[in-house]
Design a protein around this ligand. Structure first.
Ligand code: ATP
Ligand code: MG
Length: 321
């Protein structure tokens, strides 16, 4: 797969599309992608942060928006100390704050508007009173401030909440594309089955939302038979959604290792060089070292996020033709 300059074919293809995405952003406005499933733990935050880093390191200007009450994005990017837990979004929408806070340079080319535990208040305080919060219509306030914030970026990736419908609906007002991750279990597949109704509601606020497709997260095996079964089931559950080719392989050591270090998987790989040899050496010395994380497994997961990014960007570029 590697070429002379050490880049894989998929990496080169993705790099080659970056200029095109920049042009799309310049002419049509930033490309905004919401990662959505009504179930928790299906990879929303992991996909947002890993894809964001794939794009930012290739020179696109990327904004990550946390619309989830969980800490996923901040933890994955090693940025909990920078996060306001969604306070600036909540305060602004409720008419109590002057602005929404962007934290710049969480990585080169990558800025973040953090979500977190201050967001769920919107479910209670906005809810049916959307039009009567101080400062006017809450959903319109959200849309207007976010579109202004998105303006300087090429790509915006949004981590959607699993349950909070008001925040979800707000997010949909500023969404061009929806990416749906799922695990291969009943609960998360039910989450996909709920997506058509959710999108029907969302399109009442924003008729232009398009679906990129469904991607399989935490696939435990490379078995094509299992994946084919999943694809067939998917085609029955939601035939209107494209099934993406890319899946993210399962590895607890890699995901736990990257979260613990506050780095995405691509950034984890070079930190693992020699870790198995070091562990063997320590064992020989009679010590009891922590289990080593496999560099090659981490690399295959980093490559899967790169492949997913390429698959998504290809679709967006094709649609803009
Ligand atoms: N490749 C992987 N293999 C196994 N586990 C993973 C992998 N990638 C991430 N995880 C773990 O799976 C869990 C769920 O992932 P993630 O937090 O991205 O999902 P989520 O949809 O954002 O969840 P939530 O709805 O709780 O915010 C996390 O604990 C994460 O560390
Ligand atoms: Mg999350």
């Amino acid at each position: 797969m590697s070429s002379d300059n050490g880049l894989s074919a998929q990496s080169r293809e993705l790099q080659g599309l970056m200029e095109r995405v920049h042009e799309i952003a310049q002419t049509k406005g930033p490309v905004s992608i919401a990662v959505v499933n009504r179930k928790g733990g299906v990879g929303k935050s992991s996909i947002v942060t890993n894809m964001a880093c794939e794009l930012a390191r290739r020179g696109l200007k990327v904004l990550v928006v946390g619309l989830c009450g969980q800490v996923g994005v901040a933890v994955d990017l090693g940025a909990r100390n920078l996060s306001d837990e969604g306070a600036s979004i909540a305060d602004y929408v409720l008419g109590e704050g002057d602005d929404v806070a962007i934290v710049p340079n969480v990585r080169p080319n990558l800025d973040v508007i953090f979500g977190g535990k201050r967001l769920p208040i919107l479910e209670t305080l906005v809810g049916e009173n959307a039009k009567s919060v101080p400062g006017g219509d809450a959903i319109a306030r959200f849309r207007d401030v976010m579109l202004a914030k998105f303006d300087p970026y090429d790509v915006v990736l949004m981590d959607f909440p699993p349950q909070q419908t008001v925040t979800q609906m707000m997010g949909f007002t500023v969404t061009d594309w929806v990416l749906i991750p799922t695990r291969n279990d009943d609960e998360s597949m039910n989450g996909v089955a709920e997506m058509p109704d959710l999108l029907e509601n969302a399109r009442r606020l924003n008729p232009d939302i398009q679906v990129l497709g469904v991607t399989l997260f935490m696939h435990p095996t490379r078995s094509t038979a299992v994946r084919r079964e999943w694809q067939e089931e998917m085609a029955q559950i939601a035939p209107q959604f494209p099934v993406l080719d890319t899946f993210i392989p399962h590895s607890l050591p890699v995901s736990a290792g990257s979260r613990k270090r506050g780095v995405v998987v691509r950034e984890l790989v070079p930190q693992l060089a020699g870790s198995i040899a070091t562990r063997i050496q320590a064992l020989r010395e009679g010590k009891s070292p922590a289990r080593a994380i496999s560099e090659s497994t981490a690399k295959s997961i980093a490559d899967a996020y790169e492949a997913l990014t390429l698959e998504v960007i290809r679709k967006i570029v094709e649609a803009a033709r």
